[in-house]
Design a protein around this ligand. Structure first.
Ligand SMILES: [Zn+2]
Length: 359
């Protein structure tokens, strides 16, 4: 019998995806924690019995654990900035594992479909005196964006090679995060529970991280916010319409630029179109009306299409059935339904998504 070739990274990924600690997994699999730890760090060969027990408790097919590849590349964005995110660490870890699993799955599609070419520029803030506004304008030029509002930001970045995944985070404490890999499309996770206008800003913020940051820095959050504001609301295009700033005007501007009223008020203040007193009184009004949580004027969520198209090609053109899709992705059918509900629901009837077993 040949020795099972374990890829330790896939073991860690599957365990974190299920939200288990090493000791929980050890108990569930009837293996000593010491062994789990050695397998995960690649310090010991795994026996056939042990990998079977682990695969069963984690509910992943055996070949999942021997596939080559690494977990997604550098984590980018606000996940580093814990000060801002009040999400419990455990939940954050599961979300990150979900992103990594999807990233691993996408790599398995590479043999059958051409993934988009990545056309994301890189700019170093130091080359521009730390001015994120200049970089935002360079990015607009690089992607040939006309002046005025960006009609569909998700489409712009998918056209330039990123893959966007609309995903229910189960919380409103985190809007978006992403992973960067030098040779693969960046994968950006966006939270489907966030209103469309707020999500556009968070997505622009995330693009700022992908383009400007590789390692967390002191000013990264501020830089990404400035980048997002200038990308979505270029000073030259919007400046004159921000004063005087009536509520009627704000509603009109929100519809036109598809960003939140809060972002517009902040923009008006940053561009010195309103003074501090006006800025504060407008925010007080937003709070009083409960608009800080739910603003009026609905801006729909932008729908990503690349991943849905990849599934469409496999099912409708290449004739894959679900079992074959699971074999390709090395996941079980329940996880397929859970991870790709948004994409598959465009192709398959809703009755299909009844998850039978519980993990
Ligand atoms: Zn951030």
């Amino acid at each position: 019998m040949t020795q099972f070739h374990l890829n330790p990274e896939m073991l860690v990924l599957a365990r974190e995806y299920r939200g288990l600690t090493q000791s929980r997994l050890a108990v569930k699999s009837n293996i000593r924690q010491w062994n789990v730890s050695r397998y995960e760090s690649g310090l010991a060969e795994i026996s056939d019995d042990h990998i079977k027990q682990i695969a069963q408790s984690l509910n992943f097919p055996l070949p999942f654990f021997s596939q080559s590849g690494t977990r997604a590349g550098l984590l980018s964005g606000c996940i580093y900035h814990r000060k801002r995110s009040t999400m419990p660490l455990k939940k954050l870890k599961i979300l990150e594992a979900q992103l990594d699993l999807i990233y691993t799955n996408i790599q398995r599609f590479e043999d059958s479909v051409n993934l988009p070419d990545v056309n994301f520029p890189r700019f170093d803030l130091e080359d521009y005196d730390g001015d994120a506004d200049i970089i935002a304008n360079k990015v607009r030029q690089f992607w040939n964006l006309p002046s005025g509002p960006i009609k569909n930001l998700v489409k712009v970045i998918e056209d330039n090679g990123a893959i966007v995944k609309l995903h229910s985070f189960g919380t409103r404490k985190l809007d978006a995060f992403s992973k960067w890999h030098p040779k693969r499309p960046p994968l950006i996770f966006i939270n489907s529970e966030i209103p469309g206008d707020r999500l556009r800003f968070s997505l622009a913020h995330e693009i700022g991280h992908l383009i400007m940051h590789r390692i967390p820095t002191e000013t990264a959050e501020k830089d990404a916010d400035r980048f997002a504001a200038e990308l979505l609301l270029p000073a030259n295009d919007i400046k004159t319409s921000l004063s005087p700033l009536s509520w009627k005007k704000l509603s009109h501007l929100k519809n036109y630029w598809k960003v939140s009223i809060a972002a517009l008020i902040k923009r008006a203040y940053d561009l010195k179109r309103i003074n501090k007193r006006q800025y504060e009184s407008k925010f007080q009004y937003l709070s009083r009306m409960g608009y800080r949580k739910n603003e009026p004027i609905y801006i729909p969520l932008e729908q990503p299409i690349v991943l849905a198209e990849i599934f469409h090609v496999h099912i409708k053109q290449m004739g894959f059935n679900l079992e074959q899709l699971c074999d390709l992705l090395l996941i079980n059918v329940d996880d397929l339904k859970i991870c790709y509900h948004t994409e598959l629901s465009k192709i398959l009837p809703e009755s299909f998504f009844k998850v039978v077993s519980d993990n």
